[in-house]
Design a protein around this ligand. Structure first.
Ligand code: HAM
Length: 414
């Protein structure tokens, strides 16, 4: 779990702001759900046999004897809120997004943390492939607005309750024939939840899974049509994708479409998936809610920030002006000037400790301020001062009561 401090936080805020702007454009409204939920919510949706629920949840008993868990993801809490607030009675299609911390007791490495942040979105009420395409378009536009390149969209369909059982049966039959070759964990998985064998990290298990039955060969006609239409729509939108029939994702609730955006960047090491999601048309009903189709995704904010840092871009508002004082007697006037300019909307730094002009100028350098104004007795009595460009150049004379206007008139002042 990481502390986020100034210096880094500006990049986080930049990503969050861009997400809010972009998702707003697509008609998504922000939701904030509690950080803890009933453990049963995740067991029933994400699935008992998944790594997330089986091994990674922070689960505890509260003083009322209830089993609660820190949320490991945001889809189940959103669905719970959708059901609890009877949203279907209010509108047929609902688009929500969330930004917040999630918790998984995972093995730490670059890009993988135990508290991490997700930016996620869920669209309820539309079963059509256009909804899947629209949500992938939103992610693609968001990643491109961030300036992230070399991100590949992987796409697959896992079928639905009509066709998946046949695939399951075939997969189990195939895996049973290779029982001795897979890891002990996969031996258990193949009995309880065979799809999970496909995302085992063990190389041998991966090779065996790769040579097994292909889920796409088992799709029923409606699922095949849905998947085909989705691909046509993505192509029409100009969104490149790769069909990857081994993509199953680590959560049990998916039906039909699943997808992942994968970045090929060494900064992420093996944690290269920046976001993933899919359709989950049966989850809401399974949780006791209405029969509402849904599709969504979540991106790892920590990973996006890691990638963005690699681009060397600077975020956050620059300091417009450093107000320095030439003598102790001008300190109060300096404090008042800084206060007024801030009220007028400028980013102003001021050394509240006072001290020598030399030490204040050092401080001004550190803040990266664009200009410094030195206030002394002469300036106070004349009402005039100079703006000294910190990058070099001639001082610019200003009236003390028109500093904000003068700074704004200069190129790239805020
Ligand atoms: P997920 O694939 O488990 O999906 O997580 C989504 C993203 O969260 C991952 O692609 C990754 O970028 C990030 N992430 C996951 N675990 C960690 C971690 N330990 N440290 C850092 N980043 C991490 C879901 O959570 C689904 N709820 C997505 C979804 C929404 N499906 C439908 N709607």
């Amino acid at each position: 779990m990481n502390d986020l401090l100034p210096g880094d936080i500006e990049t986080w805020q930049h990503v969050e702001k861009l997400a809010r702007d972009m998702f707003g454009r697509f008609g998504y409204g922000e939701i904030r759900t509690p950080m803890v939920e009933d453990t049963a919510l995740f067991v029933r949706s994400v699935g008992e046999e998944t790594d997330i629920v089986g091994k990674e949840m922070y689960t505890f008993e509260d003083k009322g004897g209830r089993s609660l868990s820190l949320r490991p993801e945001g889809t189940a809490p959103s669905a719970r809120a959708y059901i609890e607030h009877s949203i279907l009675n209010q509108e047929p299609v609902t688009r929500w997004f969330y930004i917040g911390p999630m918790f998984r007791y995972e093995r730490m490495k670059t890009g993988r943390y135990r508290q991490f942040f997700q930016i996620g979105a869920e669209a309820y009420g539309a079963k059509e492939p256009a909804q899947d395409a629209e949500i992938m378009d939103m992610v693609a536009q968001f990643l491109s607005a961030l300036g992230l390149k070399d991100v590949t969209l992987n796409l697959n369909s896992l079928g639905d309750e009509a066709c998946r059982p046949a695939y399951h049966a075939k997969l189990v039959e195939y895996l049973q024939a290779h029982r001795a070759e897979v890891c002990a964990e996969c031996q258990a998985r193949m009995d309880r939840n065979p799809l999970r064998v496909l995302d085992c990290k063990n190389e041998k298990c991966q090779a065996i899974a790769a040579a097994g039955p292909n889920v796409l060969d088992f799709l029923c006609e409606p699922c095949r049509a849905h998947f085909g239409d989705l691909q046509r729509k993505l192509t029409a939108l100009g969104i490149p994708f790769v069909v990857n029939s081994r993509l199953v994702r680590g959560l049990d609730y998916y039906t039909r479409t699943v997808f992942e955006f994968v970045a090929a960047h060494p900064a992420l090491g093996t944690a290269s998936t920046v976001g993933g999601g899919g359709r989950y048309d049966t989850m809401m009903k399974g949780l006791g809610g209405p029969d509402v189709p849904a599709v969504g995704f979540a991106m790892g904010l920590d990973r996006l920030v890691l990638l963005l840092k690699e681009t060397g871009q600077a975020f956050g508002a620059p300091v417009d002006l450093f107000v320095a004082v030439a003598d102790e007697g001008s300190h109060d006037a300096g404090l008042a000037l800084a206060s007024r300019l801030r009220r007028e909307g400028l980013h102003v730094a001021f050394d509240t400790r006072g001290g020598s002009l030399k030490s204040q100028m050092k401080r001004a350098d550190k803040t990266g301020a664009r200009f410094t104004l030195v206030l002394g007795e002469a300036e106070r009595s004349s009402g005039k001062a100079n703006l000294k460009p910190m990058a070099g150049g001639d001082p610019i004379p200003v009236a003390l009561d028109a500093v904000a206007q003068a700074l704004r008139a200069l190129p790239s002042a805020s």
